[in-house]
Write a protein that binds this ligand. Structure first.
Ligand code: F6P
Length: 476
């Protein structure tokens, strides 16, 4: 029987019977837990008063156990709003200029990781496999090891990993990025990310031994490998087919009055390149006036991380730009940009993707960007839309049928939009078929299986590095 799997992430999505808002991480965790006994552990999403002891709650649902703990107001500010989202998030997205470091927030981050380790520790059995997700929990394995757990522990980073000189800009980086050396396996989104982390690890100190993705630090071994995160391709494609007939989609289509639809879907986040995208669309309307009143750009942007000042600033910037473009190019019968700040269920989004002739995905930097993959999976293969994709999204490494653009060059993005709108049917079909085939093979189940197999192997071969070392020593 497969060992029990413990998934750990900052947020835990406890099923409550309501409509599914599941983001990429939830889909990934569900795939890992499929057909296994499992536990999902993390923050409840609730913030309690500072004086109260953190409440741990355990919920059982269909052979899965969900264990969550609350955060105090101070923990929430220092760990989540502070160090995770004002330091790690910008730095790992190559935005050192936006990082607002304080040692108080770093202290809060380490303290909450300690709380997670304390709260999880009593639930861990000797045979459990533990898989930790994302930048909120970089030092968790170190905390669990210090509490005596020698289980296999893997980590997957959902966001980008920049080169060592950027990582080293993190004050006390050895306590956060450096703590990744306490895992048995660290998974990254792309080969470039894996290479960046490998070079960072190689520079960590004198007692580092490196052999193709395998590192040894004073007797501890850790493997580094790329595992590009994926989607449930067939399920998503089916959802898009069904949702294309939903009232939401019918109404949208009716409201377009035959105009083509360009669609962007992103959390309101500076890494997503939303202001640049809107400017590029404005440029497109200026440069290619034959498209005026023939196309509508729908940008769906749920607000996020409202407690972080940089997110409030981007909200104002985007509102201003939408107003400018609509004011300049719109007429009584046509609004060039429709901008919506609410979130939709996965099923509803799938139907919107299928209705759009262009999927516009132009982040300045993104670990993977699952919107790009979902857009492709949602298309009608007989009459597919075209994906316009930033070269700086991890997905660009895989989706070779996309029109790839540089989000820093508005003229280039505008030309990409035009190319997508004008692309002949045969070419659209060819590009889509190529990408769909890739996504059908490299789906989320395979992703979870590959990671867990690699984690099992990483733990199983204690003599491997010793063997490699003596082999190299003999050759030298
Ligand atoms: O992309 C990284 C990530 O942490 C995802 O796992 C998550 O869905 C998203 O950011 C939203 O972040 P938050 O939990 O801060 O709302």
């Amino acid at each position: 029987m497969a060992p029990r799997l413990i998934l750990v992430s900052n947020r835990v999505n406890v099923p409550n019977g309501g409509p599914r808002q599941a983001g990429g991480l939830t889909v990934a965790v569900n795939a890992a837990l499929k057909n296994r006994e499992g536990v999902w552990f993390g923050w409840s999403g609730k913030v309690s008063g500072d004086g109260e002891p953190p409440a741990v709650s355990v919920t059982e649902r269909r052979h899965k156990t969900f264990i969550t703990l609350d955060l105090s107001e101070t923990d929430f500010q220092e760990y989540y709003n502070g160090f995770a989202n004002r330091v790690l998030w910008p730095v790992l997205h190559y935005r050192v200029d936006l990082a607002e470091f304080t040692s108080v927030d770093l202290g809060g981050y380490l303290r909450v990781n300690g709380r997670f380790a304390d709260a999880l520790s009593p639930f861990i059995k000797p045979d459990d496999v533990i898989w930790v997700h994302d930048y909120h929990l970089l030092p968790l394995a170190k905390g669990l090891r210090a509490r005596g757990h020698s289980n296999p522990i893997g980590f997957f980073l959902h966001i980008p990993c920049p080169p060592p000189d950027i990582l080293e800009a993190l004050p006390h980086d050895e306590e956060t990025m450096g703590a990744l050396t306490h895992y048995d396996l660290v998974g990254l989104q792309t080969e470039q990310d894996a290479d960046n982390l490998s070079r960072y690890f190689a520079g960590l100190g004198a007692n580092v031994y490196r052999a193709s993705g395998l590192f040894e630090f004073d007797g501890r071994r850790v493997r580094v490998r790329a595992f590009p995160v994926a989607i449930a391709t067939a399920v998503y494609s089916r959802a898009a087919r069904n949702s294309a007939k939903s009232p939401l989609v019918e109404e949208l289509r009716g409201s377009l009055g035959g105009k083509r639809l360009i669609l962007g879907v992103d959390r309101l986040d500076y890494s997503k390149g939303i202001p640049g995208r809107i400017q590029a669309y404005g440029h497109f309307l200026e440069k290619y006036p034959e498209w005026l009143a023939k196309v509508t750009f729908l940008q769906v942007t749920p607000k996020s991380r409202a407690g972080v000042p940089e997110y409030r600033a981007i909200e104002q910037e985007v509102n201003g730009l939408v107003g400018q473009i609509n004011g300049r190019h719109g007429d009584p019968a046509w609004t060039p940009i429709r901008y919506i700040n609410r979130s939709y269920s996965r099923a509803a989004l799938a139907g919107l993707y299928r209705s759009a002739q262009v999927g516009l995905v132009t982040p300045l930097r993104d670990g993977m960007n699952l919107v790009a993959k979902e857009y492709v999976a949602a298309q009608d293969p007989e009459n597919p839309g075209v994906l316009v994709l930033s070269q700086f999204a991890g997905a660009a490494q895989e989706l070779d049928g996309a029109v790839v653009v540089n989000p820093h060059e508005p003229e280039g993005v505008a030309a990409g939009i035009r190319e997508a709108l004008a692309m002949p049917l045969d070419e659209r079909r060819d590009r889509h078929a190529r990408m769909y085939e890739h996504l059908a093979v490299h789906d989320i189940d395979r992703w979870a299986e590959r990671f867990l197999t690699a984690l099992g192997e990483a733990k199983e071969r204690p003599g491997l590095l010793k063997g490699l070392r003596s082999l190299f020593a003999q050759r030298a």
